[in-house]
Design a protein around this ligand. Structure first.
Ligand code: COA
Length: 201
């Protein structure tokens, strides 16, 4: 197995549970994110057809950091010694209707252990209880079964099918729409409010 990527010093974690945490999307990690994104399995999963240069990705990152999208680095917390960088999740909000599109990618070595479902649920938790979004949706290629299962496990429901709109390993395939409503979030929430300060007499 490839060595997992560790970051030093301890990264900032804004929200976490026993399995994973979400922290800032970081410009200094652009080369790591870029390496994950060029993995052919990920290109197929995202419906992309060609690798991107590091130069173009670095310019894109600068634009991303100035935009209004909500991006997180995902950390695996199951290694009890220190958080291990494991992926990225993103919310692309439409402020006029308080909804957002959801995207996620995990490092190849972080997949297949249940992290995807847990990180997706933690991102929904943030979306509903910090960003005050009322609905989050996503689009996934129908043959991407691990992704569909992970999204179902996080609380997304099937909302419809876009027929023959994508490609999977060279074959035409459908895309599945899924949605999650804030009112259906079944907790527990990892968001804790700042405790009340003692009142002075
Ligand atoms: C999609 C992704 C986030 C899922 O995360 P993950 O941690 O690997 O997924 P999990 O380990 O939580 O597994 C999800 C489920 O899929 C199931 N699964 C895995 N491979 C499967 C297959 N070939 N067929 C059917 N189910 C499969 C697992 O058993 C698990 O089911 P369970 O929850 O009922 O046990 C991750 O694989 C990833 O980053 N993939 C590359 C990028 C990508 O495709 N992103 C999605 C774009 S829309």
């Amino acid at each position: 197995m490839e060595a997992l990527i560790t970051t030093n010093p301890d990264p900032i974690l804004w929200v976490k549970n026993a399995v994973c945490g979400l922290g800032p999307y970081r410009t200094d990690l652009v080369e790591t994110y870029w390496q994950w994104e060029q993995d052919p399995g990920l290109l197929v999963g995202y419906g992309r057809q060609a690798p991107e240069s590091l130069e173009a990705r670095t310019e894109g990152m600068a634009a991303q950091q100035l935009g209004s999208n909500i991006r997180f680095s995902i950390y695996d917390l199951t290694n009890h010694e220190k958080p291990v960088l494991a992926g990225v999740s993103t919310l692309l909000p439409d402020d006029s209707v308080r909804t957002a599109e959801f995207e996620i990618m995990l490092a190849p070595e972080a997949r297949g252990r249940g992290l995807g479902a847990t990180a997706t649920k933690l991102t929904l938790d943030y979306a509903f209880h910090v960003s005050n979004l009322r609905m989050v949706w996503l689009k996934v290629l129908a043959p991407n079964k691990p992704a569909v299962r992970a999204y179902e496990g996080a609380g997304f429901r099937h909302a419809g099918v876009l027929r023959e709109s994508g490609y999977w390993l060279g074959q035409v395939c459908d895309e599945v729409y899924m949605d999650a409503l804030a009112r259906d979030f079944d907790g527990p929430s990892a968001i804790t409010p700042v405790p009340n300060l003692p009142t002075h007499p």
